[in-house]
Design a protein around this ligand. Structure first.
Ligand code: GLA
Length: 706
């Protein structure tokens, strides 16, 4: 994003001013989390605080080869292998006959090379004997066809028999490895939700029972879903369908289906956790590898039973977008409001994108350090070595089919050596932020089910707020709207479509206590049943705002906007705002457009009790968003965590007892000069300095003790 010279100068001035006033990530007093409170669950006792590893598949290779693999890993300072997550047919070659000897030998050999193991439960790939003997364990696709064996994620998440079989294999694994000192934790399944649901009669019955338990009576359900519309009224629970294809059914039914899918996956996850926990040492963590912004289920709910959240960070085609990647790290950190792991990331290239180009030299290292800055404590490359056959022959690896290092191995090795050198600085540290972006699955589903304009891109809107606000604050949390908010100086909800009364109360409490709540377009339109609120937007918050949305417009072309944030344009979506209280101020207005919007307010704000509530009804261009962010940060008293930095250099800050650790990454393809407020220890270059240069994809870690 580029601003004009005046905006840039003003931005720089504010950043310098705030830094002088004493910014920095020691701001724990205002933080939403207790940064020094308790052990960081992602950091393993007896291990380095930040780790690097890979996905290793010993079952694909002769045992005689393992030692050489592990030797190469150890030489590269890789300290973790994730292992076993697709090896069901090797662990249970026939029903009830288990063979864990090979796995134990692999784990023990890894330990000999100072490598710990994370065990994956293999339930994303049920073996052929299982699916042939029990075809009811296979999913029914949306088109009514049963999934066939040979891929993965073909098991039905709601099948009682599949659950039972998953339970058995997970329990057997836990009995064998729950006390193995070299097994540090568990990954349940792999990329849960990848293939979502089974659309069969059993799942439908479960859904109907789930609705019965929630609504208690059909009268209640019919009322909330307004089923008098199009003769949808249900007289019997068994009449209620699974809403496929999504987007063509009653919005109440569709939102509940999404929640039912969430509960189904949560039960599937807990089904395995419940048998692993009793047999596993308390020190063994339990996680699962999420997929970033995938919205098949509510990740806040699925994260609850986990020790910590993990995700798989893939770029696919093209190159890393530092904002999107940083945002996704922050999203994952927000699932449990705690540090996380990157369970998989790409070693150069993937095999599944449109163009499977390689990351540039140094790009993966920059990504790895960016992840650490945002709160990751482990990064694993997928995968160690290409299997000679199987669906992913072209995927990036660290070691080629000949068993010798690929060129990318050296970059991983360099990064892992740096991790080993800098690790102690990160011990006990977490990310602390004064600004929160709210992200809600209910709202994402509600908007995406009825976008009203195909151009509406919620992640794009979220990213535009993130980009502008993070540039100034240099640290952001992304959390559920129901998260504790009292620690934040600024809370921004770009698309909070579903705001039931209890959530409105939670948000208002935050404002009453002195917080600044900024709502973005489409906020406060729906209740928890995906029904329109019988008020105009933002519904239960309209009174506090002293204003409301008069009318929303899907835009065919851009509209001019001007006011306190300068001049620019709005696109895609525009809400005509109206002030209703005498003390509600208009910040920006629409210019000449479609006639309806001309001269009408586009953003309004009002002091409310000890805080402030603002509503921005337009999707702003980069320049306007930059000035809007400047205003939000300034009016909320948010301090940047570091201070002025050249364009393209990202800083993140992790705080621990008596220290703050800054991770600086240059994502710009030009060398950049970084000036520190005073000399600090630099952990990558090993110097002490008050300035340094960062080449393209250059990385430095600076530590400040206090
Ligand atoms: C996913 C899976 C891995 C592998 C990679 C390839 O993340 O979890 O098993 O298929 O994609 O990019």
């Amino acid at each position: 994003m580029k601003g004009n010279a005046t905006t840039e100068t003003r931005l720089a001035f504010i950043v310098i001013l705030l830094f002088t006033l004493g910014g920095g990530c020691f701001a724990d007093a205002q933080s939403s989390v207790a940064p020094f409170g308790g052990a960081v669950p992602t950091q393993l006792p007896g291990q380095d605080a930040i780790l690097m590893g890979d996905a290793w598949y010993p079952e694909q290779w002769p045992e005689a080869r393992w030692e050489e693999d592990l030797r190469l890993m150890e030489a590269a300072d890789l300290k973790v292998v994730r292992i076993g997550e697709f090896a069901w047919s090797r662990m249970e070659p026939s029903e009830g006959h288990y063979d864990f000897g090979w796995l134990e030998r692999a784990i023990n050999l890894a330990a000999k090379h100072h490598i710990v193991s994370v065990l994956g439960t293999p339930t994303a790939t049920p073996p052929a004997w299982l699916t042939q003997k029990f075809p009811d364990t296979l999913r029914i696709e949306e088109n009514g066809q049963r999934a066939i064996h040979g891929g993965r994620a073909h098991g039905s998440v709601t099948s009682p028999r599949y659950r039972e079989l998953c339970r058995k294999i997970a329990e057997q694994m836990a009995l064998r490895f729950g006390h193995n000192p070299n097994v540090v934790g568990w990954q349940i399944d792999n990329e849960e939700g990848y293939a979502l649901m089974s659309y069969d009669d059993h799942a439908r019955g479960l859904f109907q029972n789930w609705l019965l338990a929630k609504y208690k009576s059909l009268d209640n359900l019919n009322a909330h879903w307004t089923t008098s519309y199009w003769s949808q009224t249900y007289d019997n629970w068994s009449e209620i369908p699974i809403p496929v294809p999504m987007g063509s059914h009653n919005p109440g039914l569709e939102l509940e289906w999404k929640r039912f899918v969430t509960d189904s996956w949560n039960d599937y996850l807990k089904n395995q956790i419940d048998v692993i926990r009793p047999h596993a040492d308390g020190r063994q963590f339990i996680t699962t590898n999420f997929m970033g912004f995938f919205d098949g289920f509510d990740h806040y709910a699925l994260s609850e039973p986990l020790t910590f959240a993990s995700w798989d960070d893939y770029v696919g085609s093209g190159h890393v977008d530092p904002d999107y990647n940083g945002l996704t790290h922050d999203l994952t950190r927000g699932f449990k409001r705690e540090n996380f792991w990157v369970m998989e990331t790409q070693p150069g290239a993937v095999n599944w994108a449109g163009v499977n180009n390689f990351l540039n030299r140094g790009e993966a290292r920059a990504m790895a350090w960016q992840a650490i800055g945002h709160g990751a404590d482990d990064i694993n490359y997928w995968q160690w070595r290409s299997a000679l056959n199987g669906q992913e022959q072209y995927h990036g690896v660290l070691v080629g089919p000949d068993g010798t290092p690929a060129p990318f191995y050296d970059e991983v090795s360099q990064t892992a050596h740096e991790f080993a050198k800098a690790e102690s600085a990160f011990r006990g540290t977490r990310v602390v932020s004064e600004v929160a972006l709210l992200q809600s699955y209910d709202s994402r589903w509600a908007i995406d089910l009825q976008k009203h304009t195909e151009k509406y891109d919620q992640i794009g809107v979220l990213k535009s707020y993130y980009h502008a606000l993070r540039k100034l604050s240099q640290g952001m949390d992304v959390v559920s709207p129901y998260a504790p908010l009292e620690g934040y100086k600024l809370v921004v909800a770009p698309d909070l479509n579903v705001i039931p009364e209890d959530l409105a109360k939670h948000l208002l409490d935050y404002v009453r206590n002195g917080g600044h709540l900024v709502l973005g377009p489409r906020s406060g339109m729906k209740d928890e049943f995906n029904a329109l609120l019988p008020q105009r937007q933002p519904g239960f918050l309209a009174e506090a705002l002293g204003g409301r949305v008069e009318q929303y417009f899907a835009l065919e072309k851009k509209v001019p906007i001007s006011g306190a944030w300068g001049e620019g344009e709005g696109s895609v979506w525009a809400e005509e705002m109206k002030t209703l209280a005498p003390d509600t101020e208009t910040l920006i207005r629409y210019g000449k457009g479609n006639g309806w919007l001309d001269t009408q307010p586009a953003a309004i704000t009002r002091r409310y009790d000890k805080g402030r509530i603002t509503y921005i009804g337009a999707i702003l261009d980069d320049k306007l968003m930059g000035s809007a962010a400047e205003w939000m940060i300034h009016s909320s008293g948010v301090m940047p965590v570091f201070g002025p930095l050249p364009d393209g250099v990202e800083v993140s800050c992790r705080s621990g007892k008596g220290k703050q650790v800054f991770v600086l990454v240059n994502f710009k393809q030009e060398e950049q000069q970084v000036t520190l407020p005073h000399a600090m220890d630099l952990l990558v270059s090993g110097k002490k300095a008050d300035a340094f240069r960062l080449p393209p994809y250059g990385v430095e870690v600076a530590i400040e003790h206090r």
